[in-house]
Design a protein. Structure first.
Length: 263
């Protein structure tokens, strides 16, 4: 009779199972160990983009320097969108992702309300106040996002304390076509936004992305994106929503009335 020994199917399967278990433990351990680092890196990237649009990012800044400047000059705050009120709640305790899944903390948007294609909007949103070295508020940074041609396009827009004038814009996360819709990252295009007005004198959304080019001196218009009409439309729709009554409109009304003097 043949000696099955170490060549038996049973022992071979046992070795395979043990190897799988060992690999699973290693992979699981690596995932747990990397999770904290990934979370830290995402937060650092967020801080870097906020400093960039705030005009505080300097070439060659290390992660430690980014955190130091952010903590010294940026104040995260929560805004209740329906009322426009700044909340005293700690922003670190809030998750917009969780709020969007909770009908008590968000609202569904119908087609007429939803030019940006969001489907739902959280009732509370995190914003950031930019302070000078004396801790006086210089500007505010708002998150703006909406659908482009291929992706949800995420941006930060910096506004002056008048609640109308754009001080900076950065698109930091999107999947638009490089060289076409991807030109929303182009520094030359972004610079066109500086000094423009997002709202008219009555507080209505007024900024326009103009196909074919904005007229010189028009404080409410920026050039469209050549060959990327649908991406440009997405940018327009994002600003239409977020600067309107279902977005930051009520808050920006309070800003124009001086709420940041108490910020």
């Amino acid at each position: 009779m043949a000696n099955k020994g170490n060549d038996s199917i049973g022992k071979t399967l046992l070795v395979v199972i043990m190897l799988c278990l060992v690999c699973s433990v290693i992979v699981a351990g690596s995932a747990v160990g990397l999770k904290a680092r990934q979370t830290e890196q995402r937060e650092l990237d967020k801080q870097r983009n906020i400093l960039d649009v705030a005009g505080l990012m300097q070439p060659g800044m290390s992660g430690e320097q980014i955190r130091e400047v952010f903590n010294a000059r940026i104040s995260p705050r929560l805004v209740d969108l329906p009322s426009g009120n700044l909340l005293d709640k700690d922003p670190a305790s809030f998750s917009e992702t969780k709020a969007l899944r909770d009908p008590q903390q968000s609202i569904a948007l119908n087609a007429a309300q939803d030019p940006a294609g969001l489907k739902r909007r959280s009732n509370v949103v995190e914003i950031w106040l930019v302070r000078d070295e004396q801790q006086k508020v210089q500007k505010l940074i708002l998150p703006v996002y909406g659908n482009g041609l291929w992706s949800v396009m995420h941006a930060f827009v910096a506004l002056g304390t008048d609640g109308r004038t754009i001080d900076g814009l950065t698109y930091y996360d999107h999947g638009e076509t490089p060289g076409l819709g991807g030109e929303i990252e182009n520094p030359n295009w972004r610079r066109q936004w500086v000094g423009k007005k997002v709202l008219d004198e009555k507080g209505n959304p007024a900024i326009r992305v103009v196909k074919g080019g904005a007229q010189p001196g028009n404080e409410y218009a920026v050039d469209g994106l050549s060959g990327a009409t649908l991406t440009a439309n997405g940018v327009q729709h994002s600003f239409d929503f977020w600067m309107g009554e279902l977005g930051f409109g009520p808050f920006l009304k309070q800003v124009r009335e001086g709420v940041l003097n108490n910020g």
